[in-house]
Design a protein around this ligand. Sequence first.
Ligand code: SF4
Length: 703
Amino acid sequence: MQNTATPTHCPYCALQCGMNLTTAADGTVEVTERADFPVNRGALCGKGRTAPAVLAASARLTSPLVRDASGTLVPAGWDEALDLIAGNLSRTRAEHGADALGVFGGGGLTNEKAYTLGKFARVVLGTSQIDYNGRFCMSSAAAAGTKAFGLDRGLPFPLEDVPKTGCVILVGSNPAETMPPSLRYFTELRENGGTLIVVDPRRTRTAEQADLHLAPRPGTDLALALGMLHLVVAEGRVDEEYVEARTTGWEDARAAAMAHWPEQVERITGVSVPELREAVRLFCAPRAAMVLTARGPEQQAKGTDTVGAWINLCLATGRAGRPLSGYGCLTGQGNGQGGREHGQKADQLPGYRKLTDPAARRHVAEVWGVDPDSLPGPGRSAYELLDALGTDIRSLLLMGSNPVVSAPRAAHIEERLRSLDFLAVCDVVLSETAALADVVLPVTQWAEETGTTTSLEGRVLLRRRAITPPEGVRSDLEVLHGLADRLGVEKGFPTEPEEVFEELRRASAGGPADYSGISYRRLAEENGVFWPCPAPAEAPGGDRHPEPHPGTPRLFLDRFATDDGRARFAPVSHRPSAEEPDEEYPVLLTTGRVVAQYQSGAQTRRVAELNAAAPGPFVELHPRLAARLGAAEGDPLAVVSRRGRAVAPARITTAIRPDTVFMPFHWPGEGRANTLTNPALDPTSRMPEFKVCAVRVEAVGTA
Ligand code: SF4
């Protein structure tokens, strides 16, 4: 016999598919269809369907671990573990100052945890050195969106608008692998007569469904967007009225685009002029069209400018801020959107407020009951923070991240983690990063706790607790409460998620990401609420306005969130990637995901069904490159960059450019793709260049 189904959401990606969880009499948890949630309407990918396996994984941690004198992690009590962490953090601060303490969060943490982690770093530890792995995810799109529109919300319109538009350009996005239930939006678009253009160096499963697939050389999609904009101008397709009424900066952007001749763009990108013309024709023909980016254009050392170039295309053609049209980013991590709004970013306070804004500091400090002058300023970005471990940063508290697998130049970051005076990690399993820690705290996950996330649509959702956590684990909120208490801050760190959310509402009130009109009750009743959603204003006489704010599914229809209400063009030009091929490293490497694994694989590698489908890394390469190497399908190949060497079997396919190899990044060890990736940073977003670096490929044994 089964108990009542608990409606909740998937623990993995930013689509946040709705699902029901039921617990059978024998304690096993099952995922069942939840058709009432409009985004996925019951559909789930294999990761979502098998998510309960992680709850019961044999690798699940159920006791704190501390490193003993022999260097072995051994079980310990909670008091001992928390005392050890608090003692070491205090000692580091006393000896080296507060900024010698680092805090690293994750885009999978709930809004309540992200909020509390940021507050803990700034109020309890007094350190500026906090950032999170979302910096590696969508920070370039966030920076470009903020520059152009005055506000970054991944999608400024709901996914339900996608099938109703006329054309979608998907740039560096492969939803067929990363979020399969979303693919139906693009299928329906084509069924409705719309067209799909996919820009990707690989003919992915998504690209196979496109009306037009453009396969630029990795790192050149900025030039591709400029070439399209050049043709838009040359062919008289600019929406002059819109540009005049709703934008600024067109002349500089126009001049930059006109300096990029289509023939020159063809030489840079490998995309032919007729293909460029066809893309422009398809994009400009309908009344409404969209550009959606993902990690391809964003994870570059020029990611902000690359996304800016695609936004320019939307602005010149009058797409942004119009019904069924515009630019959006398909955020990747489960709470990639909310995780970047509530204060775990190095430069940010809750409500998407700037840490350097005096009014924002006053507002948040008042909610936190502290002096605004006591709040530290901005700290290092994620890679810079990890790179400073063991030197400027001596002790680190890490929550919801596995940088040993997911950080660029991963062998170096692993060595930096090992060089710390003290490392504490909160996780569900002994991840590769947790295995390096001095103290590991076992925490509750997903179905064992309540909390909110914000999906790629900007829809705030309630994940409900569906099962009782195993004995021995505590929530991240309880961990932060216990540490705050030991570090002398007795109040202000509640352990109940709803209590934290109530505080988050007040902290976000009046900010760009205003959650003040959202409550757990509304989230439960309304299947999510889109931010901004301000609390109703007080009516004269002290009565509350009877109507709650409905939330904001669509942004920018009347005005953009800039001071003058106009969108801003970015005057961007093409430039080479930080590392171009040369004699020693003649091939380009690009990295990405496969459908059966998720991010660093810490959870999905523990699920037998997913492991069977995707058991390990591989090197995808074109038959011409394979022939040059004398490599056959499955042969071990060494991929070598200036940062290290990774070995994985060959997967030979014509779906990739002959000058490029692809590796998925979900695995540690010999086949770790991020051993190779380049930490060159985007100057604005501080995004590392995961998506392109120079390598050489060798058949193993012949090097
Ligand atoms: Fe979960 Fe994403 Fe798969 Fe949906 S698409 S089931 S949210 S992993």
